[in-house]
Design a protein around this ligand. Structure first.
Ligand code: MG
Ligand code: ZN
Length: 210
């Protein structure tokens, strides 16, 4: 495992260098299957794609379903199928970037494979990570999967409209997140209702336009 991560880190460093030279900001978007990563992406693109040039890399085990959804927004998208692999690694991103015009891209969003564990262990050369945690997954997830939340600059608490239908304790989730990672930014969104998205896209835009 150490050797695998060492080889990955070498390519991740090359990716980071390539992104810096192209002037592109890269977000690694993570979260469980069904947390709403692709829906958040669709809503994010519809708000930001007219302001900045965005490209997307979609990581998925087998299908191109998410990439097809992103394509409909008019944004350039590259699909990576991991053929069962449970995370994206730096060489996959290096290969995918050969098909993108990075010099003309300001923000590259990588939707990682749905998983709260190993995507957080593999550096892909991104500038920052963000994790989507949906209300229906339970408020215990930050403490059960601490690495991904320690590594993420932001967490999006999605499906907030379902709060009253679950036993999710928002205060304890916020406390656990802040204990694990004191500077983490916490957003509360409902992507299907369209609430809370402005704060998220304002934060993201500020990462790109300085
Ligand atoms: Mg998805
Ligand atoms: Zn994995």
């Amino acid at each position: 495992m150490k050797n695998i991560l060492g080889a990955n880190d070498e390519i991740a460093a090359l990716n980071r260098q390539m992104f810096a030279q192209s002037g592109v900001v890269v977000m690694n978007l993570m979260g469980s299957p069904g947390s709403g990563k692709t829906t958040l992406l669709e809503k994010t693109l519809s708000r930001l794609a007219e302001k900045i040039k965005i490209a997307v890399i979609e990581g998925d085990l087998f299908t191109a379903r998410d990439a097809e959804r992103i394509e409909r927004t008019g944004v350039d998208v590259i699909q990576i199928n991991t053929a069962g692999g449970c995370h994206l690694d730096a060489p996959m991103i290096q290969n995918a970037c050969a098909s993108l015009n990075l010099a003309e891209t300001q923000l590259l969003i990588v939707e990682n494979v749905g998983n709260l564990v190993c995507p957080a262990e593999f550096d892909i050369g991104e500038n920052f990570k963000a994790t989507v945690l949906s209300i229906t997954e339970g408020d215990d997830k930050p403490l059960k999967y601490p690495l991904i939340f320690k590594e993420s600059a932001a967490v999006v608490l999605n499906k907030i409209d379902l709060l009253d239908f679950t036993n999710f304790n928002l205060q304890s989730a916020r406390t656990d997140l802040s204990t694990l990672h004191p500077t983490i930014k916490i957003f509360e969104t409902s992507c299907t209702r369209g609430t809370g998205l402005d704060a998220w896209t304002d934060w993201l835009l500020a990462k790109v336009v300085r």
